[in-house]
Design a protein around this ligand. Structure first.
Ligand code: 5AD
Ligand code: SF4
Length: 473
């Protein structure tokens, strides 16, 4: 996702003076790959750079600074970055001929994992900055402008969130009525296929007061729905002051109860969770909080206990199904979403069939499925019995056919029913607006059905590939 241009009133103009963009204002283009946390991080980098005099642009050709916020989760994601860097090198050369500079930076998980290797492979890159050090971006840029090439990939000791500026109110309004809010970063689970514990580091939770303050700012600017983000979001735990002056340890369930009290915030979500960290209080939040949307992304990865063990998931298929029973008892209309990996080393046809069986038992409303891709430095990459690519292809096709059918059936089951929809933005076609169902599907309605930010009741008339069509109920 590319970010939009910042309005002139967001650039530090002195009080009382007209908010005019200086003709010399520098422009930054940020391209975001991968997960929602990268989308959130790109927004925070945009905010940090706005304080440094940079206006965001979505036209790469006019950028004085190009930042790629990268993803390292699968091999393809990293390779895309290197080919994009090839194109950017040519643009940088063209701009240099016109006497203009274009600084090039790589941020995100590829930056963290590859470090100086990126500058070796792509000499057009001026800076490499890991996810823990974004608050240092203005300082790093000052040094780059002084002629240095910088690789900044330490796990910073200071809390980056305390140092990153909050977005201006006008910027929050421009970003829309739904927002992401990172509450937790990093992961201590060490699933054997996954690079996250190495790129994002060990689990760190933001304190309660910081999260509540950020959510209140978002709500005051008109945000109606907040999605709490973390690589392992339900492992979030934070200290909070009680009225009596003592401190208490909170889990994610307790935090959700607190956030639901914020006026204006009508909808809460969180992602991504690990089955081992779904505790009683979080399940109770699904039972008791109408604002907590009945949709849960709870990856299982495989339905085979042998493969789950090799993946170091620390749960069995039966544990996962029993957990879903408890969650569905608490919130019967909850829709489940998951992630799956096919072709993990050693996966036999029988192991794969166990995954298919589990999918049939759960009945997912949506899901993401991937072929296993060995990541250097992870234990999985060193395991014997890698599965041939053609076998992975065949299994992925079979799994995806089943998951797509379940997703479509879920959409069809809603036809004729009346549901709440949060109106989010104008539609792609004239005369339409796009809303969001409680289960995350886009809902296409007539533009007169409501204003952006309204939550309206609509009747579902038909389904599209991934969306629902509706009329006012
Ligand atoms: N190969 C394939 N898929 C992976 N994922 C994570 N690491 C890998 C890998 N090495 C998938 C998992 C995870 C999702 C974000 O990406 O399913 O939940
Ligand atoms: Fe990666 Fe998620 Fe496993 Fe953590 S819990 S290692 S982020 S797959």
């Amino acid at each position: 996702m590319d970010l939009n241009t910042i309005e002139s009133d967001d650039i530090g103009t002195a009080a009382g003076q007209p908010a005019v963009l200086s003709p010399a204002a520098k422009k930054v283009f940020i391209k975001t790959y991968g997960c929602q946390m990268n989308v959130y991080d790109s927004q925070r980098m945009t905010d940090a750079l706005a304080a440094d005099g940079y206006a965001a642009t979505d036209a790469i050709g006019e950028a004085d600074l190009v930042l790629l916020n990268t993803c390292h989760i699968r091999e393809k994601a990293a390779e895309k970055v290197y080919s994009e860097l090839g194109r950017i090198r040519d643009m940088k050369a063209e701009r240099a001929l016109a006497g203009r500079e274009m600084l090039v930076g790589v941020a995100g998980c590829v930056a963290q994992a590859e470090g100086a290797e990126i500058i070796r492979r792509s000499p057009a890159v001026d800076l490499v900055i890991g996810p823990q050090t974004y608050h240092r971006l203005p300082d790093v840029l000052a040094r780059v402008r002084g002629g240095e090439k910088i690789v900044e990939t330490d796990y910073a000791i200071e809390d980056k969130f305390e140092h990153l500026p909050q977005p201006k109110r006008a910027e929050v309004i421009k970003r829309g009525v739904t927002a992401f809010l990172t509450v937790q970063e990093g992961c201590d689970k060490f699933c054997t296929f996954c690079v996250v514990p190495y790129t994002r580091g060990s689990e760190v939770s933001r304190p309660v007061a910081q999260i509540v303050a950020e959510a209140e700012r978002l709500a005051e600017a008109g945000v109606r729905e907040v999605t709490l983000l973390g690589q392992n979001v339900n492992a979030w735990h934070g200290r909070s002051e009680t009225k009596g002056g003592r401190t208490e340890e909170w889990g994610l369930g307790r935090l959700l109860f607190r956030l639901a009290e914020i006026p204006g915030l009508a909808r809460l979500r969180y992602t991504t969770s690990h089955p081992r960290d779904m505790d009683d209080e979080l399940i109770a939040a699904h039972r008791d909080l109408p604002a907590l949307m009945p949709y849960l992304h709870l990856p299982v990865q495989s339905g085979s206990d042998r493969i789950l063990k090799a993946m170091n998931r620390r749960h069995t298929a039966k544990d996962y199904l029993a957990l879903l029973d408890r969650i569905r008892t608490a919130r019967p209309d909850i829709a489940l979403s998951g992630d799956f990996i096919v072709g993990f080393p050693g996966e036999t046809e029988a192991d794969f069939e166990a995954t298919m069986d589990l999918v049939r038992q759960v009945n997912y409303a949506s899901a993401f499925s991937f072929k296993y891709s060995p990541r250097p430095g992870t234990p999985g990459a060193e395991m014997p019995d890698h599965v041939p690519e053609t076998v992975k292809d065949g299994r992925l096709q079979r799994l995806q056919a089943l998951l797509v059918k379940q997703q479509q059936d879920f959409g069809l089951s809603l036809v004729g029913s009346t549901i709440d929809t949060l109106i989010e933005k104008p539609g792609r076609q004239a005369g339409q607006k796009v809303g969001r169902s409680p289960w995350l599907q886009p809902v296409i309605v007539d533009e007169k059905a409501g204003e952006i930010g309204d939550i309206i009741q609509v009747r579902i008339t038909k389904t599209g590939y991934n969306s629902l069509f509706a009329e006012l109920a």
